[in-house]
Design a protein. Structure first.
Length: 762
């Protein structure tokens, strides 16, 4: 066994060696929290705690697997396999399968993903004769999801006055009825959605005292990663499980709480000290990731939040380069600036493509960066595209496998009953559904018992016999054997193979890749550490509970990563661009009227900053198209919170972008060509950078000049915006548009010269 405590700093060691009683570890960005968590588990086991009595909850399967592997390596034995380590959803799914009979579910219940859930909601909306454009499935699903994560069942939902008033305000008063029908449909289908894995776990512990006592006794030591991301349901479940022993360790960073839209509440970590007496608090403030300059910027920004646990990140790393703050004329210029800067850094400092990440507030911002990267032949990956498991052909194949494991699963039976085509039309399906509702039976019961339902069809009988033959394989064959038989005997693989189009070939390759993944699953040692369960049911649960982070299989590919800041949490890159720092975009316009929302936006900026290891750029555009209109932007308030001594300001526009090899960082580097030719422009820019001008009073006897003679570099006066310098002129004779810099007070404005009233100063 290696010395597992070796390499820990003082605070990390304190966190590891505190064994009994509640402890909260405030782990700043890049402070080695995973190392602390895994070492703490190893320390517990080294001191005689049975692995079966330790529960560690994470937010990704990848993090859970890494923790288990590190513990096993530290202890030098296989006892780590007996740990209960996993995501909230995977661990609770495991428990719920063992206790399913208490809740009236089969132990092989189906787990519906988001698309499955929305499909059922669409059916219910249709059955209730509601307008599906008004009661959109995505909106209704989000309301139901939020209710479950707040531990609100359909009965409470329909009785809660505030909820009903909110639905009435949005003119959707029947969401409660849809929720009730949805819950009944899932129960009838023997299925739970993702939110049910939390909600039903809470029901199990509150309604069945023997189950609560059982798991309180089993999980004597509980560890929770990313505690700031927990929601009400997760908080309540953990509090019940820890109530007997109170040996609970939570690790997190309130400054990185950014998922309120998923139901997460930062109050869980802020109020942890109120839940337990004699809480040990340890702060991990030494950062091993970033330069001191990047940390100084992060500390200054997050210091503006009032609702936080105070900490100060520091590092023994180098001081590092200043943050480059780039102002661009348009969003297209912003995209070009980023691409130019990446190319320049690759030539100057020999970075690879994978060393760069471009982070934005919303997915819609990616276009200009994609176009610019393509134009310069820089390979990139857009993180957050369609998941492999959400592709139609893959979902069709998986639907067969899910029905074989759980024949009550009506949603997936409807998906496959006539695919490939076997002569069972839509009218027949609707007739079966009506009959099932009349008899209060499941879809499967109706088609498998024609003597009871009165529905006879040779095609239906053939379908039922086929599914039963596959079900007979479950006990003696592993997941791959069953899946291979499905592909062969249903004709599904053959149908895809027969399609020789480019799209058809891609679909065929996707189902082959699915079979490859099932084969790999059956031949890989089991991660759970119990029996080597290679059954089809075990495989389906594993892939259903994959998170977005777990599905990033090409993390090492040499490509620039483009993603939202939310998707970047937990990641790190040598070079990071945080783009679109404009009011109403970042911070979002929806966050400007509530302190809690605004502080979450600031935490989001903090997360973006702390993804960077060596170099950081922050960019914003004076104008960009939003919702089809050209919008003039004010710089984000967050820019003002960055210390000036850590900034290297630069400006770029359509007329003065750096050429190949020209420096893309530093105030002078981007404007050398322009300023060399026009010293007066630099003089004015320096003057404007010093501070905002006083409100403008137009010159006496102000008379607008003809715009025909206006050229780049001229100084002009506008009655409202004051004195400015023409930076760019674009367009034809009848629609000339000037980009005019009016200084710190108004910034750069795009003005149509034919309609503007401008006086030429010189």
């Amino acid at each position: 066994m290696q010395n597992y405590l070796e390499g820990l700093n003082e605070q990390q060691q304190i966190a590891v060696e505190h064994v009994d009683g509640p402890i909260m570890i405030i782990a700043g960005a890049g402070s080695g929290k995973t190392k602390v968590l895994t070492t703490r588990i190893a320390h517990l086991m080294h001191n005689g705690v049975d692995a079966f009595n330790i529960l560690a909850l994470t937010f990704t399967n990848k993090a859970a697997a890494e923790m288990k592997e590190r513990v096993e390596r530290a202890l030098g034995n296989s006892e780590a396999r007996n740990l209960y380590i996993g995501t909230f959803h995977s661990v609770f799914a495991r428990i719920l399968r063992a206790e399913a009979n208490k809740l009236g579910y089969p132990n092989n219940f189906t787990i519906y993903d988001t698309d499955d859930a929305k499909s059922i909601i669409k059916d219910i909306v249709k059955e209730m004769n509601l307008d599906d454009k008004h009661y959109k499935a995505a909106y209704v699903y989000n309301r139901i999801s939020a209710a479950k994560n707040s531990l609100i069942d359909p009965v409470i939902y329909k009785q809660d006055t505030q909820i009903q008033q909110e639905d009435a305000r949005t003119t959707r008063p029947l969401i409660g009825d849809i929720y009730e029908a949805y819950a009944k449909r899932c129960f009838k289908n023997g299925a739970m959605d993702f939110d049910d894995l939390l909600f039903k776990m809470y029901v199990l512990l509150t309604h069945f005292p023997d189950a609560l006592a059982k798991y309180q006794g089993r999980f004597r030591y509980i560890l929770i990663d990313e505690y700031q991301d927990t929601n009400l349901a997760q908080y309540a479940i953990v509090k019940m499980l820890a109530a007997r022993n109170e040996n609970i360790c939570v690790v997190g960073d309130d400054a990185q709480s950014i998922y309120s839209f998923r139901g997460a509440t930062v109050q869980n970590i802020l109020q942890f000290q109120d839940d337990y007496e004699d809480v040990k608090i340890v702060k991990l403030e030494q950062n091993y990731r970033s330069t001191q300059t990047i940390l100084n910027v992060a500390n200054n920004v997050i210091g503006n939040n009032k609702n936080q646990i105070q900490k100060e990140l520091w590092t023994s790393n180098v001081e590092g380069e200043k943050l480059v703050l780039a102002r661009t004329m348009t969003d297209n210029d912003e995209g070009r600036f980023v691409a130019d800067a990446i190319k320049e850094q690759q030539m100057r400092n020999h970075y690879g493509n994978k060393d760069f990440a471009v982070l934005y507030r919303t997915n819609a911002q990616s276009r200009s960066f994609e176009e610019s990267l393509r134009r310069m032949n820089i390979p990139y990956k857009l993180v957050g595209g369609t998941s492999f498991y959400q592709r139609k052909e893959v979902k069709d194949y998986l639907a067969y496998l899910r029905v074989i494991v759980n024949s009550q699963d009506e949603e997936n039976i409807k998906r496959i009953i006539n695919y490939p085509t076997r002569g069972i039309g839509k009218t027949s399906v609707e007739r079966i559904l009506v009959r099932a509702n009349e008899l209060d039976k499941t879809f499967w019961e109706v088609i498998s018992q024609p003597e009871m339902s009165g529905i006879h069809s040779s095609q239906l009988e053939g379908f039922v016999m086929m599914i039963k033959s596959f079900r007979a394989m479950l006990e003696k064959h592993n997941a791959y054997d069953v899946a291979f038989a499905v592909g062969k005997h249903t004709g599904l693989v053959q149908e895809l193979y027969n399609d020789k189009s480019v799209e058809g070939l891609a679909r065929y390759e996707n189902v082959q890749e699915l079979l490859n993944s099932i084969k790999e699953f059956t031949e890989t040692p089991d991660e759970e550490g119990e029996l080597l369960d290679k059954s089809l049911g075990s495989y389906l649960q594993q892939i259903t509970l994959l998170t977005d982070a777990d599905q990033n299989n090409d993390a090492d590919a040499d490509v620039v990563k483009l993603m939202t800041i939310h998707a970047a949490k937990g990641l790190e890159y040598p070079c990071v661009f945080v783009v679109g720092l404009e009011e109403n975009l970042f911070p979002s316009s929806m966050s400007l009227y509530d302190r809690a929302d605004l502080e979450e936006e600031r935490r989001l900026f903090y997360v973006a900053i702390t993804r960077a290891k060596d170099r950081l750029w922050v960019t914003y555009a004076n104008s960009r198209y939003r919702f089809g209109s050209l919008v003039q932007n004010e710089p984000s308030r967050f820019i003002q919170e960055i210390p000036e001594n850590h900034l290297d300001r630069t400006f770029t526009g359509a007329s003065n972008r750096p050429g190949p090899g020209q420096a893309a960082g530093g105030f002078g580097s981007m404007l050398n060509n322009t300023f060399d030719k026009m010293p007066s422009l630099k003089k004015l820019a320096d003057k404007l950078a010093a501070g905002a001008p006083a409100p403008h009073t137009p010159t006496a006897n102000f008379v607008a000049d003809e715009v025909v003679g206006m050229t780049v570099g001229m100084q002009v006066e506008h009655q409202k915006f004051g004195f400015g310098t023409i930076l760019t002129i674009e367009g034809g004779a009848n629609n000339r548009i000037a980009g005019i810099d009016f200084g710190a007070g108004h910034g750069v404005k795009k003005i149509m010269l034919n309609y503007a009233k401008l006086r030429i100063v010189k």
